[in-house]
Design a protein. Structure first.
Length: 243
């Protein structure tokens, strides 16, 4: 089961830490409700106590509140925040389009460069979506790109530039990195670091009925990521707003 941290307003007779099950979009979580305190030392102790109790119940990953300050302490308890990497990669093509529009860059005629260390399924899906939306897509891979080029040309009639130079990568209107590249300046108008969970996600919106079911205060990326991973939320139900 996935854990869910939630803040509670302090009240008379209220427990400082309370565990209970809750459901969000039909997905079951074990919620640790922690009473707020103006004293950081007290709040830290409560969060550590909550983390230990969650771990004792078999929880290893948690959805945290926004700007949660005690991640290192939870890591020592054996808990890790829900990863948003798969969510980031699933929305990469939409993210590029939204980013270009926000920067007043051409969309259909934009040069979009993708760099990855290996040809994974996520890379194939992203490159395919980008090729269907943008005229110029560049792919930098150490190996394995030739068959994808042939497949895209055969199935969709689109071409893909394989093995671009460093200048071509840095000159693209959008750069999509699946893995770190220390040799690139990343000064493109749109630069997505799909390996970096510290890069702010764009606004992610759900259908109104689903939005109403989401609790306030949670890290939205983590919550949507775990709901999608569990099948409670489908990729096509996630829309990107303008950031």
């Amino acid at each position: 089961m996935v854990g869910y941290f939630a803040w509670a307003e302090p009240g008379k007779g209220q427990k400082s830490v309370r565990l209970e099950e809750r459901h969000i979009l039909r997905m079951r979580f074990l919620q640790a409700e922690v009473a707020k305190s103006p004293h950081m030392a007290i709040l830290r102790r409560r969060c550590v106590a909550a983390g230990k109790r969650l771990r004792k119940r078999g929880v290893t990953q948690v959805v945290l509140p926004e700007d949660f300050p005690f991640r290192e302490e939870l890591a020592k308890c054996g808990l890790r925040p829900v990863s948003t990497l798969a969510l980031r990669r699933s929305v990469a093509a939409d993210w590029v389009r939204a980013g270009l529009a926000a920067k007043d860059q051409p969309v259909a005629g934009a040069r979009v460069a993708v760099a990855a260390a290996a040809l994974t399924g996520e890379v194939v899906r992203t490159v395919t979506e980008l090729c269907l939306r943008h005229r110029y897509v560049l792919l930098d891979l150490p190996y394995g790109g030739e068959e994808l080029c042939r497949q895209l040309r055969r199935e969709y009639g689109v071409s893909l530039l394989l093995g671009p130079s460093k200048d071509q990568l840095e000159g693209a209107e959008a750069l999509v990195l699946f893995d770190p590249r220390t040799d690139l300046s990343r000064k493109n108008p749109v630069a997505l670091r799909l390996y970096d969970e510290n890069q702010a996600l764009p606004p992610l919106m759900l259908p109104p009925s689903m939005e109403e079911a989401l609790p306030e205060g949670a890290d939205r990326g983590q919550l949507l990521a775990v709901l999608r991973e569990a099948g409670a939320l489908k990729r096509e139900q996630i829309a990107l707003g303008m950031g």
